[in-house]
Design a protein around this ligand. Structure first.
Ligand SMILES: *Cc1c(COP(=O)(O)O)cnc(C)c1O
Ligand code: SF4
Length: 323
């Protein structure tokens, strides 16, 4: 039986012109760019955008532009070395103590700046058929204490699939934490229902959910209410953002994001420099400017509201601090 959230997901915008009509905007976009990396926006996210504003920072995150077709030097298919880190299909192991599962290739929203735009999900997902190799890998490495559910968006997995997965992971004695990286609380809040909270919080592993908010307006009343429910269920909530041109490249946007996050019970974790994946060059904020913005945040905010400014460099043992 299809759930309410699945129906909402299916009713989302799959056509750029429909979204622009809904917002009353006549902005240029590129159908060719949308052909290379499909367009997808749930209605709950579209409702947070400002009608009539072609420069709305939420719209910018999803609007396919002709600039995506340019491929300046240095922008590549796999900028962060995901492929070499695939130890078995579906499992990335880059950092000591933590391994990451590519649980699905599906997302509720398609973010144009996504660093996994070209990830070969077909052959590299943690599917039912392939789960044994990945689970065996985790069992064999007693240093692993944390498993990260990633994708795609792991909260698009069905309840049954999530139940099975959390059972499999809780049965591995050396695991202590489960981490979930998701944009669903921001873009498809109806997915965060009571049953999902039980699945995420109802086991022995401490669970951290890292939401990916880039702009304070993503945290509207509906999202605030699901974040509160997640906190009540006992989940630890963190946020990571990507620093994006014309989205959040100002001191005021980043400060307000941290303030809003804290009001929602979420602590800022990382602010990432853009991963240089093909098609995303127009989002890049140069490092010197990123440092200056970060310095300004440090001046204005208490230390616990300043995200760590980092860049991911292939082969390094952790995400490198930029300042
Ligand atoms: C980012 C990432 C992690 C998590 O790193 P933290 O610094 O612990 O947030 C783990 N595994 C992979 C493959 C990653 O890309
Ligand atoms: S939700 Fe995450 S994985 Fe999916 S398109 Fe956006 S950035 Fe990429």
């Amino acid at each position: 039986m299809s759930e309410q959230w699945q129906a909402e997901l299916a009713e989302g915008f799959g056509c750029v012109q429909d979204l622009l009509d809904f917002l009353g905007i006549a902005a240029p976009f590129s159908a060719e760019a949308a052909g290379k990396f499909p367009f997808r926006v749930p209605r709950a996210y579209a409702r947070k955008m400002r009608p009539g504003d072609p420069y709305d920072p939420l719209l910018r995150q999803v609007l396919p532009l002709a600039q995506e077709l340019a491929s300046p030097e240095g922008f590549v298919g796999d900028p962060v070395g995901d492929r070499p880190a695939l130890k078995v299909p579906g499992l990335l192991h880059k950092y000591q103590g933590r391994a990451l599962l590519i649980t699905t290739g599906a997302c509720a929203v398609h973010c144009r700046y996504c660093f996994r735009r070209e990830f070969p999900y077909g052959e590299s997902q943690f599917t039912r058929q392939r789960e044994k190799a990945a689970l065996d890998y985790i069992v064999r490495d007693p240093e692993l204490t944390e498993i990260i559910l990633s994708g795609g968006d792991p909260l698009l997995l069905s309840d049954d699939r999530l139940v099975r997965l959390t059972k499999q992971l809780t049965a591995i004695p050396h695991l202590r934490r489960l981490r979930v990286h998701s944009r669903v609380p921001l873009v498809l809040p109806s997915r965060i229902d009571e049953r999902l909270l039980e699945i995420l919080a109802g086991h022995r592993l401490k669970t951290v959910v890292v939401i990916h908010a880039n702009h304070p307006r993503e945290l509207d009343a509906e999202t605030v209410s699901v974040l509160a429910a997640m906190r009540r269920a006992g989940l630890t909530l963190l946020n990571q953002s990507v620093l994006l041109r014309q989205v959040n490249d100002s001191v005021s946007a980043l400060c307000e994001l941290s303030e809003r996050l804290f009001e929602c019970g979420v602590l800022p974790y990382y602010l990432h420099l853009l991963d240089r994946v093909r098609g995303t060059a127009h989002f890049e904020v140069p490092e010197a400017e990123a440092r200056a913005l970060h310095e300004a945040l440090r001046r204005r905010l208490p230390g616990f509201l300043v995200p760590r400014l980092v860049r991911e460099v292939e082969g390094k043992p952790y995400k490198l601090p930029v300042s």
